[in-house]
Design a protein around this ligand. Structure first.
Ligand code: NI
Length: 174
């Protein structure tokens, strides 16, 4: 397994639409393992392939808490089939937008069809954090980010701050 560098804004690849997987083979299985390793290494709860620069419709999630056993979930070609009218609001972060948290309202429950690592078509009904996380990651596969709904001014401020931090990797906040 390999920890891959995570791509951050304003890299244009994050706006691209990922391609569906036609066959689940060894390279897809290796990619899923790499995504898990990269996600756990960054303490994230979800990661899409595009965030490591690979435009394939693959994503991984683990919303288990530190006290719980790991619960790695992987989704290939996920499609949202149903959403609830009821919504919930979480303060969301994103590994591609460091140090930024934005309140996002989404459908509380979603039903998602996807292909598993054995190539089988599956269906999952999600609620709570898993539902929000899965919707966030599926947005990545369509080139959508949590900053997209902000005004251009707010978005530019966030991107400028992140770019600046990158240039000064040794800067500390005290
Ligand atoms: Ni994200």
């Amino acid at each position: 397994m390999t920890i891959k560098p995570i791509i951050t804004v304003p890299n244009e690849i994050l706006k691209k639409i990922s391609d569906p997987i036609e066959n689940v083979g060894e390279s897809e299985k290796k990619l899923v393992n790499d995504l898990f390793e990269t996600m756990y290494n960054s303490n994230g709860i979800g990661l899409a392939a595009v965030q490591v620069g690979i435009l394939k419709r693959i994503l991984v999630i683990d919303v288990s808490t530190k006290e719980e056993e790991k619960n790695p979930l992987s989704f290939i070609n996920p499609v949202i089939k149903k959403i609830s009218d009821e919504t919930s609001v979480y303060e969301e972060g994103c590994l591609s937008i460091p140090d930024t948290f934005i309140e996002i309202e989404r459908p509380k429950i979603c039903e998602v069809e996807y292909i598993d690592l054995d190539g089988k078509l599956k269906n999952i009904r999600c609620d709570g954090l898993l539902s929000t996380c899965l919707q966030h990651e599926i947005n990545h596969l369509d080139g959508k980010l949590i900053i997209d709904n902000l005004t251009k001014l707010k978005r530019d401020i966030i991107i400028k701050k992140i770019s600046k931090n990158k240039k000064n990797p040794n800067r500390v906040i005290v």
